[in-house]
Design a protein around this ligand. Structure first.
Ligand code: SF4
Ligand code: SF4
Length: 351
């Protein structure tokens, strides 16, 4: 993208690539906003770390888009920021209008208790307005530099704190040309903070799962699931199983059904073999594998399933259990049983 932006003949292509990349990264923010419970947005699981992941999910979103809004509108376009135009401070419920760089420790956590959906709306509005601005730039405009008057305008906006942890931003932005600003803050800045968000939410999921039954209601093993970094288990508030998140109430139908029936999992249900609810829906590519595992648990218990999973992962290279158990629920069950018998008999392979 940087190379394309550097040549007049290709810079338009560079802008298109940049916008596509921003869209892709924004998709990660959307998944986090849609998937995680409200409390996740003000947790600081790496509070004492040295790095962007020492902040919160809410702070990360706020910081990316406040900076982008200030740079795009107050500095480059010299028009009104989306933040003020849309009355977002009141909608979000934020006590500040600055970038947040000046906040520290507990201040970050308490600042983060804001309206996350309003913050998300703001982020999206800023992204679209900046995409539009980028599309309108001509090649000569990419080399535009900034003046003392530009610096004074940003300072006068009050959107950058005079605290030493923030005040340097004005010189930093104004020391670049527009092409430099495309990197920071319109692309690289996103990468840094989206990566930090990924680390924060992964840690929150790991913490949520600590001490929780590692077998999901449907019979899958959360310890061996390919979504193990993403999902905090259907037995916690961090139930961001990709299946649960497709439903409006963000609850997997199997988890909801088990809870209603007072069952520990579908493996306790007499309807298991014929059930077509939720994950067992015909056509769902994980249905047979999950059912096979639930049937196995019913016969041999959860610990046996976890042991067999360890062994399967040693013997085969697969990410999703349906890759080896998914053909048919009964064949999947047979494979699990064969591995379990071999394990019990101390054999390397099932006979
Ligand atoms: S997706 Fe399902 S099996 Fe995987 S970690 Fe989440 S609840 Fe557990
Ligand atoms: S009816 Fe289906 S989803 Fe409900 S507990 Fe039984 S097996 Fe699970």
């Amino acid at each position: 993208m940087q190379t394309l932006l550097g040549r007049e003949s290709t810079y338009k292509e560079g802008i298109d690539l940049l916008i596509a990349f921003r869209k892709e990264m924004f998709g990660q923010i959307t998944q986090i906003v849609n998937g995680y419970p409200e409390e996740a947005f003000w947790q600081m699981p790496y509070a004492n770390a040295d790095g962007y992941h020492s902040k919160t999910l809410a702070y990360s979103i706020w910081h990316i888009f406040r900076i982008e809004d200030i740079v795009a509108h107050t500095l480059i376009a010299n028009d009104e920021q989306v933040f003020f135009r849309g009355g977002y401070q009141a909608r979000i419920g934020s006590p500040i209008s600055t970038t947040g760089n000046e906040l520290q420790g507990e201040e970050i956590a308490s600042f983060s208790k804001m309206d996350i959906l309003a913050l998300y709306d703001y982020a999206k509005a800023v992204m679209f307005s900046v995409d539009e601005l980028l599309q309108g730039l001509d090649y000569a405009g990419m080399k535009r530099k900034f003046t003392e008057a530009d610096k004074e305008r940003i300072a006068a906006s009050g959107c950058v704190s005079t605290d030493g942890r923030a005040a340097w931003l004005i010189d930093y932005w104004c020391g670049k040309d527009v092409r430099g600003l495309i990197k920071m803050p319109f692309s690289r800045h996103w990468i840094m903070h989206v990566e930090a968000m990924r680390r924060i939410k992964n840690k929150l999921c790991r913490d949520a799962r600590r001490g929780v039954d590692p077998v999901a209601y449907c019979g899958l093993s959360c310890n061996h699931c390919f979504l193990t970094e993403w999902c905090g288990s259907c037995r916690t508030k961090y139930n961001t199983c990709s299946y649960a998140t497709i439903f409006e109430d963000r609850r997997c139908p199997n988890a909801a059904c088990c809870q209603e029936k007072g069952l520990d999992g579908c493996y306790e249900c007499p309807e298991l073999e014929s059930c077509t609810k939720g994950f067992y829906e015909p056509g769902n590519d994980g249905a047979n594998a999950a059912r096979a595992q639930a049937m196995f648990i019913r016969k041999y218990g959860k610990n046996a399933l976890l042991k067999v999973h360890d062994r399967l992962h040693e013997r085969y290279d697969f990410a999703k259990s349906q890759e080896i158990l998914g053909q048919d629920a009964y064949k999947g069950l047979k494979m699990l049983e064969d591995e379990y018998m071999a394990l019990r008999d101390g054999k390397a392979n099932p006979s």
